[in-house]
Structure formats: C-alpha cells, structure tokens
Design a protein around this ligand. Structure first.
Ligand code: SF4
Length: 125
C-alpha cells in the first residue's frame, strides 16, 4: 500500500447508468447493485478517463492509501473480461468505436463521445 491517485465514486450521485464502464481500459469499474464500483483497486490506474463521461458528476480522483496499480493483474482481468455491454458511437457522425477512435467530451452539459475525425470541427468550429 502507498498513497496514490485513484478513482472515487460518490454513490449518492451515481444512478448506475453504466457510461463510465466502457472508457476504463483496465476494466476496473463495474455496475454492482445499481451503482458504479471500482471492483479491485489494483486495476485502477487513476488516469481518470471515466470522469468526463459521467453525467452526474459522481466521479473524481482522490489521493489516498491504496494497493499499487498492477499491470499484470489488468492483463489477466482483461483477458477474462466479457465484451462491453454496449458499443459507443460518435455523437456527430455516428461512427462506432470499431471504426474510429473515440474520446469522451462534455458538450453543452451532456457527456458524449466524439471521434478523432469530428474532433477538429468541434475544436475549430
Ligand atoms: S457514469 Fe456516473 S452516474 Fe453513470 S454509472 Fe458511472 S459513476 Fe454512476
């Protein structure tokens, strides 16, 4: 155990929508009993890619004592993971995550995904 950054989930704000599950490349977040949970702390690297997609502001990064991030545990976990429950699409052109890299974005108060082709238009208008 050492002090490090890790995702914090405010269960009072979380409505269990599941939008934060897919962005986590390590598969550290699952919906358990209707709420998002970091299922094993050693799977969470604290990068925070999940934060931007939460429509309820339930996710943040905190610094506290936690087991060290474990890349080998992640590799094993990912190899056993079920396919993502739902595919995600670019809000602008509709391309799926299998056609184009997608990034989370907050747009006019909504948490949406944008593909790398549409991103420049979003930035430059
Ligand atoms: S995106 Fe936010 S509200 Fe939805 S499950 Fe994750 S933490 Fe809960």
């Amino acid at each position: 155990m050492s002090v490090r950054k890790i995702v914090k989930i405010d269960e009072d704000k979380c409505d269990g929508c599941g939008l934060c599950v897919t962005p986590c490349a390590e598969g550290a977040i699952e919906i358990v009993d209707g709420k998002a949970k970091v299922i094993r702390e050693e799977l969470c690297d604290g990068a925070g890619y999940c934060l931007a997609v939460c429509p309820r502001g339930a996710l943040s990064i905190e610094e506290r004592e936690a087991p060290a991030f474990d890349e080998e545990a992640v590799a094993e976990h990912i190899s056993q993971a079920k396919p993502a429950a739902h595919e995600i699409f670019c809000y602008s052109c509709g391309k799926s995550e299998h056609e184009q890299a997608l990034l989370p974005a907050r747009i006019k108060g909504e948490s949406l995904w944008v593909c790398t082709r549409c991103l420049p238009r979003l930035i430059h208008g």
